[in-house]
Ligand binder design. Structure first.
Ligand code: GLN
Length: 533
């Protein structure tokens, strides 16, 4: 069995939804009973997304095996309902590190080490290794950036070489572009697409498909014109017009015949579509948009709220839970640094504090956690939101002087949250947190246990600090219990206040396990509690 490759490139500008196109094609192939996965190439020089600012680049998505990845990996996982390993996020830094390491070991036997062939070989090896290790029918590779960028050249060159090596029935290219119209009734312009395909052809890549972003469906004459200038068959110029939800994009592409074209190009004719799977997916996709009449309002109070993408998995997880509960979720992002009047939080059905790092904005989170507790408003704290809920309880219920996390105040008199012992000697910032999935043990007769219906769960982590065990007896005496732990009782994983309507904090990141149609249990419980009057 030979894996077929689909390479997705981007033209004109960023933000056109290359990730959604990639995920949608993968979803269609999965619905046609093919074993598929996706890869994201990020041509930047960071080794991984771990050290990148979420406000500028969007969320850092954590994989089961502890990769700190680009948020597109999260899109793939959600669309495919399948876990993806960190090897699927390839960066320039990883490629060059491997090449330089091999050179230092003398593995190139005296050769002059160059971008072609050494760097391009390393890129191709990484892609092929994933295909082989996972025995895939199809691997969809999304190349980040826009054609014409200096950074992505070695990657595009590697993809071009793969087309030659695998043959036209082994590799196809999909190029994502834009057909802007200058006003609502205006003509759809084709020039940006023409130019960006020219740029692609200049480096030796002829696209097989164009996925053209536009507001209204691409007109027939626009398709014809684009086709003529780009050497792509008109039926393979696909309209990717605005949709109510990203989950409608697979159907949109399917209706334009993309699957027949893909299978024909790969010489695989007569592929079947298993309709039961389609029905299941369509039900999920429909359910994700159909609850406009029943809204609940959630306040998300955090540090990186100026960019919605910085908590993209949390937003999705809330919506998955909403769809299952029959509610649409309105999220207001509130900056924990600028909030001063906490009474504005009273109007919300629930308050969620997501992850975060560092001092700035932390006081606002502590006050928010305290406000939710005092006013009996459903509260879900994730990671930082869990740690600082414990700090708030230490300060305002246990009345511990100068209670804090040592991340915020290193010499706090009462360090409720402290550095993980194994972190004490670490100085590197990249890849050094407690990362990835770990087993968590839930205690009997707790809300946590009720929510998960089982005693052991596995969840993903990304943190450097943890609850200081010294304070646990006092917490538990005063009504806050730790209902889950990990690493033989060394670390606290869930806190809850049983007398509260819903007050739960989790050290792990449940958002990374939530999928459309299958919301993560804690989110479902939180949304349910937020709907109860
Ligand atoms: N800053 C905290 C820690 O390092 C929380 C991390 C997070 O919220 N992801 O432990």
């Amino acid at each position: 069995m030979q894996t077929k490759f689909i390479f997705v490139t981007g033209g004109v500008m960023s933000g056109l939804g290359k990730g959604v196109t990639t995920s949608s094609i993968a979803k269609l192939l999965q619905l046609a009973d093919q074993k598929v996965s996706c890869v994201k190439i990020d041509p930047y020089l960071n080794y991984d997304a771990g050290t990148m600012n979420p406000v500028a680049h969007g969320e850092v998505f954590v994989t089961e095996d502890g990769g700190e990845c680009d948020m597109d990996i999260g899109n793939y996982e959600r669309f495919l309902n399948q876990n993806i390993l960190k090897s699927h996020n390839i960066t320039t830094a990883q490629v060059y590190s491997s090449v330089i390491e091999a050179e230092r070991k003398g593995e190139y036997l005296g050769a002059c080490v160059q971008i072609i062939p050494h760097v391009t070989d390393e890129i191709k090896n990484r892609i092929r290794k994933i295909a082989e290790d996972e025995k895939l029918d199809f691997l969809i590779v999304e190349c980040g950036g826009t054609v014409g960028d200096i950074e992505s050249l070695p990657f595009l060159e590697a993809l071009r070489q793969m087309r030659v090596e695998e043959g036209p029935q082994g590799v196809i290219f999909v190029h994502v572009t834009l057909a802007p119209s200058l006003d609502v009734v205006g003509e759809q312009k084709t020039k940006p697409t023409q130019h960006s395909v020219q740029e692609l052809r200049r480096i030796g890549i002829q696209p097989d498909f164009l996925a053209v972003r536009c507001t209204l469906p691409l007109e027939e004459k626009t398709k014809q014109k684009i086709a003529m200038f780009t050497n792509v068959t008109p039926k393979d110029v696909l309209s990717c017009h605005d949709a109510k939800s990203i989950f409608q994009v697979p159907q949109m592409l399917y209706d334009q015949g993309i699957m027949d074209s893909i299978f024909t190009k790969f010489g695989k004719v007569g592929m079947v579509n298993t309709s039961t799977k389609w029905d299941q997916w369509n039900k999920i996709a429909e359910n994700m948009v159909n609850h406009e009449d029943q809204k609940i309002n959630i306040a998300m109070v955090g540090k990186y709220v100026t960019l919605a993408d910085s908590y993209v998995s949390v937003n999705h997880a809330l919506r998955h839970a909403g769809a299952k509960t029959g509610k649409s979720i309105d999220i207001d992002w509130i900056d924990s640094e600028s909030i001063t009047d906490y009474s504005v939080l009273s109007k919300y059905d629930g308050i969620l504090v997501p992850g975060g790092f560092g001092t700035r904005g932390s006081e606002g989170i502590i006050q928010t956690a305290n406000f939710a507790r005092e006013k009996n408003i459903p509260y879900l704290g994730i990671c930082f939101g869990f740690q600082l809920a414990a700090v708030a309880f230490g300060r305002y219920v246990l009345k511990l002087e100068d209670a804090n996390s040592t991340e915020i105040k290193s010499d706090a008199m009462n360090p409720i949250v402290d550095l993980l012992p194994e972190q004490k000697d670490i100085s590197d910032m990249g890849g050094s947190l407690r990362l990835g999935a770990n087993e968590i043990f839930l205690k009997d007769n707790t809300n946590a246990r009720k929510i998960y219906h089982r005693s052991v769960i596995s969840k993903r982590h990304r943190h450097r600090y943890e609850i200081n065990k010294k304070y646990i007896p006092e917490f538990e005496k005063n009504g806050l219990i730790f209902s889950a732990e990990s690493d033989n009782g060394k670390r606290m994983e869930i806190l809850e206040i049983p007398s509260h309507k819903f007050y739960l904090g989790v050290q792990f990141h449940p958002e990374f396990n939530s999928r459309p149609g299958f919301p993560e249990e804690v989110f479902e419980a939180f949304v349910k509690a937020s709907t109860e009057k």
